[in-house]
Design a protein around this ligand. Structure first.
Ligand SMILES: *Cc1c(COP(=O)(O)O)cnc(C)c1O
Length: 377
């Protein structure tokens, strides 16, 4: 059996809305399908204000502009994340301060955040790894006490919740990704959530190259001009049209993905019971959204041997993230603190194949091969 790591869900009718959009003659940004996507997210998750973006990386860049990050401002975030989380703030001259993760969940440790706060701290960025909610009660409490922004990098976390509240709707800003490896996809694409009313207008201006064009099109002003910093963060309506097919199938996609997640959990549980691997820990306030499935093993060597073993059996499993604080780009920029949990997760996490069409028989095969690996050891 050959099992790829990812198989993007692209039904043939994905092209229906694309063609419809093209025939209507408008395929630039903020068109008909962008508005339909916005309406979906606002209705489905109760987000106050959403803006589709060209990527989650760009949505994160918008949050750095919205927080008015200036050179020297400090931003606390996990080191165990994708580089876009850090790039967005470094591009504005911020000093990125990396915090360690919790020992049992690869999410940022609130105690570490609080230790790192200084008078220069302007924002905390949290990443809900694999869609598992960070401890938002504690993080919002810390941010409130020090008067700093919270940005949720919710790239993994669409349709996941913290005490029933959708992730992305809790901090000042939230960002999602529709890259082809995420739950719902448009190739490249993202979404910015603005939860604080005071920032809605400015978000729209930044989105439209620093102009008040969106307000102009709504007829709120009679001419538009350049009023702030900004960039071209809005995607072509063709991208939104592609995404819209995913949204029309949202429940179907999510139910398939959650099934894959729980099938893995159930079939790998015996290996955890034998002390051979660790399964994801789901805090009582968190939910499962079928984003990725990962296990942790005891050592980096075991992880690398297991990847090679699975590869020889036709199964494509992968690792991530290389810690940002030890990356080539960040060498000399980190303050030298050890981040032991980050390093351990980076060495021992294994991500298993994950896609909507992955059947239980496939997952059974993968689980049996992981079992065979440990029996051979
Ligand atoms: C995928 C990802 C991003 C970037 O998303 P893009 O849409 O590819 O820019 C940012 N942060 C995290 C945690 C991610 O996994």
């Amino acid at each position: 059996m050959r099992i790829p790591f990812n198989k993007p869900f692209i039904p043939w009718f994905s092209f229906r809305y694309l063609i419809r959009g093209a025939l209507s003659g408008t395929i630039a940004g903020n068109g008909r399908y962008t508005k339909k996507c916005h309406a979906f997210f606002e209705k489905r998750f109760g987000f106050a204000k959403v803006l589709m973006t060209t990527s989650c990386s760009d949505a994160l860049e918008m949050t750095a502009l919205l927080c008015r990050i200036e050179p020297g401002d400090e931003v606390i975030m996990p080191s165990f994340t994708f580089m876009s989380t850090a790039n967005a703030f470094l591009l504005r001259g911020a000093k990125v301060v990396f915090a360690d993760t919790l020992p049992d969940i690869p999410n940022i440790d609130p105690d570490e955040i609080e230790k790192l706060i200084t008078p220069k701290t302007k924002a905390i960025v949290v990443v809900h790894y694999s869609g598992l909610a960070c401890d938002m009660d504690r993080i919002m409490d810390i941010a409130g006490r020090y008067g700093i922004f919270v940005v949720e990098d919710a790239a993994h976390a669409i349709d996941s919740y913290h005490r029933g509240k959708p992730l992305g709707s809790i901090g000042h800003f939230g960002t999602f990704s529709f890259h082809e490896t995420k739950n719902i996809i448009s190739g490249e694409g993202g979404l910015l959530i603005v939860n604080d009313k005071a920032h809605e207008k400015r978000a729209e201006i930044i989105w439209e190259k620093g102009t008040n064009r969106a307000a102009f099109y709504r007829g709120e002003i009679d001419k538009y001009g350049w009023v702030d910093l900004g960039s071209s963060y809005l995607p072509a309506d063709a991208v939104a049209a592609f995404l819209y097919t995913q949204l029309v199938n949202f429940d179907r996609i999510q139910s398939a993905r959650k099934k894959v997640w729980w099938n893995y959990y159930e079939l790998l549980k015996p290996l955890e019971d034998q002390g051979l691997i660790k399964l994801p820990v789901v805090p009582s306030f968190a939910s499962v959204n079928g984003n990725i499935f990962f296990v942790t093993v005891k050592t980096g060597d075991t992880r690398d041997q297991l990847i090679a073993f699975l590869k020889s059996r036709g199964i494509s499993a992968v690792f991530h993230y290389l810690p940002l604080h030890t990356s080539p780009y960040f060498t000399g920029k980190h303050d030298g603190r050890e981040l032991p949990n980050t390093n351990r997760f980076s060495e021992t996490i294994l991500r298993l194949p994950f896609y909507n069409a992955l059947k239980k028989s496939g997952i059974r095969y993968i689980a049996s091969q992981i079992h065979a690996f440990f029996q051979g050891k």
